[in-house]
Design a protein around this ligand. Structure first.
Ligand code: TRP
Length: 451
């Protein structure tokens, strides 16, 4: 049981909470959550989502962090070490291998989408300075997707930003950036919610999001909520395991975990409360939104409203910052692994891993234009990569991590890592990771493959 990680350590409990919340809060919260909620019964979805976070998300979050803290290495080597230490098969390290592959795949399209937000922020900045800017959201969005050059430039800029932070290391890179970026993100979000309140449509937006329509709860809604809980809390690819490796022993995992889950959930809810009032105010229907909601509909509202250009700039910068603090958590596990396995410096390891992600990202972005005819299983290239990585590999990874924590690791070890939990809560945690979470996740997978 090491007290230190060779990669560095979070300097405080707050640093860890900010970094892990930074990972959790991302594109998933700001466009995916509001859209899923609106299409799945509003308040009913929110209720099921909260239940999923509590019953499955939190227990798996504890599991990832405690495994990471016990092993103190990149996920693959942590799992190898822990399995040896407890006399189990090294094959369990396959969780780490799968996780690393998923992280690389997810980051490859995540960065392209984050590039969209950079492009939009850039256009609004130009408009603010008197340039042409965005007049028609749909045309801007279509034009952007049709231009490999535009997509490539912003994807590259975003990858350079991500590599830069990871190259600087745990304390000087990851920790320093989130300490500045997370408060900035909250500030902008609160200003945007304030604007939402001022439109006079805040109540309608709140009702839309929070009035439960129980007749809308069905299997699909529950599964959508569960999947979103995984994606939003950054679970299933051992990313939180990597962050747990840098966590001092003195910090309470349950306490930090609850803080992370509360932060992640509130940002999702606040994002809804910032976006919907603006849409209602301009008579735009929010249903059936998806990626288009943010990139095509919102600019129409911005174009019409007072201060809309500055508002647009703030909004897309916010989205970019949220994506940035998430993307560094996706590049960290492969980088740490390369540092452990090769003689590369951290900077070179981050660059190498980042280069691979960047190259795969090019496949994604060409799928929007040059290769738009290419379909895999009825999906375009980005859709296919996203499906395999987030819809199959994340739940599978989460299930294996839960089983590992519940059945492979000694009860003494996990009890010790979660010493702050009461006996009753610890027992609840253990049953969740042994039976409840794996079973529910199995349900999602079965439904994905049978549907
Ligand atoms: N949670 C982030 C979001 O909501 C995305 C993300 C970052 C992620 N790291 C992850 C998702 C690890 C799954 C696994 O946008």
């Amino acid at each position: 049981m090491d007290n230190q990680s060779a990669h560095g350590m979070w300097s405080s409990r707050m640093a860890f909470i900010l970094a892990a919340s930074g990972s959790a809060v991302g594109l998933g919260n700001i466009w995916r959550f509001p859209y899923l909620a609106s299409d799945n019964g509003g308040g009913a979805f929110v209720l099921v989502y909260l239940a999923c976070i509590l019953a499955i998300g939190l227990p798996i979050l504890f599991a990832e962090v405690l495994i990471g803290r016990h092993g103190r290495k990149s996920p693959i080597n942590t799992l190898l070490g822990l399995s040896r230490e407890t006399g189990h098969s090294p094959l369990w390290a396959v969780i780490g291998v799968m996780g690393m592959i998923s992280a690389i795949l997810i980051l490859s399209f995540y960065s392209v989408v984050a590039g969209w937000t950079l492009h939009y922020a850039w256009l609004y900045l130009q408009q603010l300075l008197g340039g042409p800017g965005i007049t028609d959201g749909g045309a801007t969005f279509g034009g952007m997707l049709g231009s490999p050059k535009t997509l490539l430039i912003w994807h590259s800029v975003f990858m350079v930003l991500t590599i830069g932070v990871v190259a600087m290391g745990v304390e000087k890179g990851l920790e320093r950036s989130v300490k500045f970026l997370m408060p900035a993100l909250f500030l902008v979000l609160l200003i945007l919610v304030g604007y939402g309140v001022s439109t006079g449509h805040f109540g309608k937006a709140a009702a839309f999001l929070f009035t439960p329509d129980f007749s809308k709860i069905n299997g699909d809604v529950v599964l959508a909520a569960l999947g979103q809980a995984f994606f939003s809390l950054s679970l299933g690819l051992a990313g939180m395991m990597a962050y747990g490796a840098y966590l001092p022993r003195s910090v309470s995992i349950p306490q930090a975990g609850v803080a992370i889950a509360i932060t992640d959930t509130s940002v999702a809810l606040l994002a809804g409360l910032a976006i919907f009032p603006v849409l209602f105010n301009f008579g735009i229907s929010p249903t059936g939104g998806g990626p288009g909601l943010i990139f095509t509909s919102l600019p129409m509202a911005f174009a019409d409203m007072w201060g809309g250009i500055a508002y647009g700039l703030a909004f897309f910068l916010l989205l970019m910052v949220a994506a940035w603090t998430s993307s560094i958590s996706l590049l960290e596990p492969p980088t740490a692994y390369l540092v452990e396995r090769t003689r590369l410096t951290r900077a070179n390891a981050a660059m190498l891993a980042g280069l691979l992600v960047w190259a795969i990202g090019i496949v994604t972005l060409l799928g929007f234009n040059v290769w738009s005819e290419v379909k895999i299983g009825g999906k375009d290239l980005q859709g296919a990569i996203e499906f395999v990585a987030s819809d199959i590999m994340l739940p599978l990874g989460g299930m294996l991590i839960a089983l590992y924590a519940g059945w492979v690791l000694d009860q003494k070890l996990t009890r010790n890592e979660l010493s702050q939990l009461s006996d009753g809560l610890y027992t609840a945690w253990r049953w969740s990771v042994r039976v409840v979470s794996p079973l529910l996740v199995l349900l999602i997978l079965v439904q994905k493959f049978s549907g």
